[in-house]
Write a protein that binds this ligand. Structure first.
Ligand code: NAP
Length: 493
């Protein structure tokens, strides 16, 4: 049983000092919680934006929407921000709100165990040190475990090779033959930069053609930045426009309503039109034409890739990869593509969540057991056997182009409402009831059939049953579901 003093002054551990961890500290402090420790595995804040430093890295959500609601930033230099500028923004916010004093750096969490007697979590790091906490948050992000492709001979490659999220800046790229595996959002940002390198020869290995939408980036002028400073409403307008624009974009992927279907038709037509207008050579155009429904995979937003792929120093290889040899990649037709450097832009394991850490809940239930059949969490955040644990950006959190910062903030506010109820003694622990979880899972399953994600393609959205890990309904429905916790869905006193 949690003591009254623990409820009044709970200890909180947050795993990860990325975008979510930072705002959790700020909002929990504002909610009157002081005893907060963030365990960060590396030496710096910023998560994805600290980790990913590949050339061309940029966010395809508008900068003023990819910003905390409480910390607008009139200084953004462009409409779509670069990775380094986003990282700098998070560092600035960390400093301004004195988040750093809560962070313990270089602390890799390896094991979290719930103790039913004390209703606390024991959180161990790689050195075997253990912390106790009343409330535990996983803020480890969605896309952080790189997928290294399972291609025979990969280890035998003689040149430099690295995953896009582990870019080796010591490798000299000038005048080199560079192979890029993958044509997702990441690869399409990298390739236009590689193409510009003097004397480089780029071989792009595409397994599946992508739907690509063009949205041009542009710098904000000094005058515009001054206007943002003087009239913050201008920034607010971009946020609102972005949220509405992407909400309709999501509706086109998840709804059968005639207007949403029409939107889907229009955006598909627009994607094909962009391809047809951009790619001159019919053979190359055919290779780049997707053979699945628009939006089934995450749509790539990129204004530079089609131009880059038509440059003289680039080859698009669509023959499947057979193996890797010391000198390069051999495709199924037996052709060796000689390479000096190999870039694996092969994505991330979106089902890892907080793993590989060991996670043990009530009665010794492990997270592997809880998720043996399905990656589920009540309202994406709560697992019945894991009381007082908050899984940020968990399964079926909305994904796509809605700002993930907004999603993370909404989840935090929902968590705080529950914590308030728990502190007031209305909840025994913060744990969803199994029947609430089941009802939530059934609703998701029913909705899933209405989405384009299950229309037949391979993507990181899909779990082993072919259900998407995304929220399968409109954005407005998700926001509504996250407003007021239904206490009858939680274990009550
Ligand atoms: P991704 O979308 O999963 O793309 C991985 C690419 O690698 C795909 O083209 C995939 O081909 C290919 N691939 C994987 N394994 C392969 C293999 N064994 N052989 C050949 N090809 C292989 O990964 P990502 O590009 O890193 O993007 C992941 C997500 O990160 C995006 O969907 C997006 O949500 C996010 N992101 C966002 C931004 C942004 O601007 N906001 C930028 C970058 C990334 P298949 O398509 O055939 O599987």
């Amino acid at each position: 049983m949690t003591s009254t003093s623990s409820r009044q002054d709970p200890s909180v551990v947050i795993i990860g000092a990325g975008m979510t961890g930072i705002q959790l500290v700020i909002k929990l402090k504002q909610a009157g919680i002081k005893n907060i420790i963030v365990l960060e595995k590396t030496h710096d804040v910023g998560g994805t934006w600290r980790e990913n430093t590949y050339p061309g890295i940029c966010c395809d959500v508008p900068s003023h929407a990819y910003t905390y609601s409480f910390e607008p930033n009139p200084e953004w230099s462009s409409f779509f921000p670069s990775g380094s500028e986003i990282h700098a923004y998070f560092k600035k916010v960390t400093k301004k709100y004195e988040v750093e004093k809560h962070i313990r750096f270089n602390q890799l969490v390896t094991r979290c165990v719930y103790d039913e007697e004390s209703n606390t979590w024991a959180i161990s790091n790689a050195d075997g040190e253990v912390l106790q906490a009343d409330l535990l948050f996983s803020a480890t992000g969605i896309l952080h475990q790189p997928v290294i492709p399972d291609i025979s001979g990969l280890d035998s490659f003689a040149g430099a090779k690295f995953h896009s999220s582990q870019w080796d800046h010591d490798t000299d790229l000038i005048g080199k033959r560079i192979g890029v595996i993958g044509t997702g959002s990441t690869a399409t940002q990298i390739i236009p930069e590689l193409v510009k390198l003097a004397g480089s020869k780029i071989s792009v290995f595409q397994r599946t053609a992508q739907w690509i939408v063009k949205m041009d980036n542009r710098d904000f002028s000094d005058k515009e930045k001054q206007q943002f400073r003087d009239q913050p409403k201008r920034m607010e307008r971009i946020r609102t426009w972005s949220a509405r624009f992407w909400a309709q974009g999501t509706a086109a992927l998840v709804s059968d309503r005639w207007f949403d279907r029409l939107t889907h038709k229009l955006v598909s037509w627009n994607g094909l039109r962009y391809l047809n207008k951009s790619i001159k050579d019919p053979e190359l155009r055919a290779k780049l034409t997707p053979d699945y429904t628009f939006g089934c995979k995450r749509v790539v937003i990129n204004p530079l890739f089609y131009d880059a792929i038509q440059q003289a120093n680039v080859d698009l290889i669509t023959e499947n990869i057979d193996r890797i040899e010391p000198d390069g990649i051999v495709t199924k037709d037996g052709v060796l593509h000689p390479l000096d450097i190999l870039v694996m832009a092969t994505g991330f394991d979106a089902t890892a969540f907080m793993r590989p850490m060991e996670f043990i809940g009530k009665s010794g239930v492990t997270i592997e057991q809880a998720w043996a059949k399905k990656f589920n969490a009540y309202r994406s955040m709560f697992l019945p056997d894991f009381p007082n644990f908050f899984l940020m950006l968990g399964p079926n959190s909305p994904i796509g182009n809605q700002s993930i910062i907004e999603i993370s903030e909404i989840q935090t506010e929902y968590a705080i409402k529950l914590i308030d109820q728990w502190r007031a003694g209305k909840l025994q622990t913060i744990a969803a009831k199994p029947e609430a979880m089941q009802a939530w899972a059934s609703m998701l399953k029913e909705r899933m059939g209405h989405t384009v994600w299950t229309s037949g393609c391979q993507s990181w959205y899909l779990d082993s049953e072919g259900d998407a890990l995304a929220w399968p309904d409109k954005w407005s429905k998700w926001v509504a579901a996250m407003q007021t916790p239904d206490l009858s869905d939680f274990v009550q006193n």
